[in-house]
Design a protein around this ligand. Structure first.
Ligand SMILES: CC(C)(COP(=O)(O)OP(=O)(O)OC[C@H]1O[C@@H](n2cnc3c(N)ncnc32)[C@H](O)[C@@H]1OP(=O)(O)O)[C@@H](O)C(=O)NCCC(=O)NCCS
Length: 395
């Protein structure tokens, strides 16, 4: 079997690749989607068997926020799928390896993805850099503490025509781990809402926050004693917006339970309520699988805590230009020939990069080799972040 791996160029090929993705994923809700409208030209890689698309791997160009606030050129990897008739023949390996080289050529510094399975992507240098959690609030018990900021006024807007408004707010996201949401992402989001059997509501706080929510189990809504509303997108650019949106959601008549599909693992909501047991944050799961495409530039772009530098020896078999030693410290990052303090592979470095995974835990699980007893502690001091990194965007 000879498989040709190349960039898909015609709308028909892109459409065929998207249908392959839907077949490979088995359970996604979409059917009649114009794939060209939700993809970016020249970024969909395909595998063709005798001219027929049998697998694909797509990506969006954008940014990812590093610790300290810089925005790195970022490739958001998505629509990865291989037809069930062609799996386990190395096709996705060829696609993802080629994709990494394309990103490097484009000057993209990092890439990330969301994984359907947690055992596929580490071999390509991706590591879990952020986690997300589910949230559940018993509304009747969730009175806010007196010191919680008042928040400003909120308004309900038409859920069908919000992309410009919501996109304009999200575009200013500055928390570590936030990623750009491209046009295709918003278009798919609109289609998802339009296809939903229940109504969606959008509440906006000034120009600095919004929440998207919908009711569950509407067939028994009228008489239910556990009316549940699910918040699928909660974006607050500051504490005031967060509090204003909480106040709106917690004051909805009829609603017994609020569920959040994606929260930062250290979301402050449990701290805001008088009854700590009114809020459960749980189901912590891997969110951002991060790949450092240009290790030196990525290390340079983030901020560091104070302390002595460390020398990291990095191994990257798929992008060998990254293999080497880097001195990392608050004064800067430089390639070095000095002896390494820590040996690390590129996927493990990605896991530590945003500060969400501690070096001491990586060392304790055998994923980092330390050559000096204090090296792990020094690395943790340098890579520490104020709040847990979090993306909040599924793509
Ligand atoms: C997951 C998927 C993309 C893998 O594609 P593939 O072409 O079969 O993968 P490859 O043949 O290149 O396999 C690469 C390696 O990953 C392993 N692997 C791939 N998928 C795996 C899975 N789901 N579970 C465990 N291992 C897996 C293979 O065993 C192989 O390991 P090896 O090199 O040690 O033998 C494909 O099976 C698929 O489309 N699945 C359904 C859709 C999906 O999950 N897409 C990912 C969206 S994030």
């Amino acid at each position: 079997m000879s498989i040709d791996i190349r960039t898909l160029t015609s709308p028909d090929e892109v459409d065929a690749a998207f249908r392959v993705f839907l077949r490979a994923m088995v359970g996604l809700p979409f059917r009649d989607i114009d794939a060209v409208g939700i993809t970016e030209p020249g970024r969909y890689l395909g595998a063709l068997d005798d001219g027929v698309v049998v697998a694909g791997a797509d990506s969006y160009a954008g940014w990812l926020v590093a610790p300290g606030g810089s925005r790195l050129p970022h490739a958001a990897v998505t629509h990865v799928g291989v037809l069930p008739t062609h799996r386990r023949r190395g096709i996705v390996s060829d696609l993802l390896t080629r994709q990494l080289k394309d990103f490097a050529e484009r000057g993209e510094i990092v890439a990330s993805l969301r994984a359907s399975e947690a055992v596929i992507y580490e071999r390509f240098g991706y590591g879990v850099a952020t986690c997300a959690a589910f949230g559940r609030v018993t509304v009747s018990r969730a009175g806010l503490r007196p010191g919680v900021p008042g928040g400003g006024s909120v308004r309900l807007v038409d859920a069908a025509a919000t992309t410009d408004l919501l996109g304009g707010i999200h575009q200013r996201a500055a928390w570590t781990g936030a990623v750009h949401r491209p046009e295709g992402w918003w278009r798919l989001d609109e289609l998802r809402r339009a296809a939903s059997p229940t109504p969606h509501y959008v509440v906006v706080h000034g120009d600095d926050g919004y929440a998207v929510y919908h009711p569950e189990n509407t067939e028994s809504w009228f008489t239910s004693s556990e009316r549940t509303v699910t918040v699928t997108d909660f974006v607050a650019l500051n504490d005031r917006a967060r509090a204003g949106l909480w106040r709106h959601l917690l004051s909805l008549d009829l609603v017994d339970v609020l569920e959040f599909t994606s929260l930062a693992v250290d979301d402050p909501l449990p701290l805001a309520v008088l009854d700590r047991r009114a809020v459960t944050i749980g189901g912590v799961h891997d969110e951002t699988w991060l790949r450092l495409i240009d290790v030196e530039e990525a290390l340079r772009a983030r901020a560091y805590g104070s302390g002595e530098p460390v020398v990291l020896r990095v191994e990257d078999p798929l992008l060998p230009a990254n293999t080497g030693s880097y001195e990392v410290g608050p004064a800067g990052v430089a390639r070095t020939s000095a002896a390494a303090d820590l040996d690390v592979d590129v996927s493990t470095l990605a896991a530590a990069y945003l500060g969400g995974t501690r070096w001491r835990h990586l060392a304790a699980t055998g994923r980092v080799r330390a050559h000096r007893p204090d090296a792990v502690h020094r690395a943790d001091t340098l890579f520490a972040v104020d709040t847990q990194p979090f993306s909040g965007t599924v793509f």
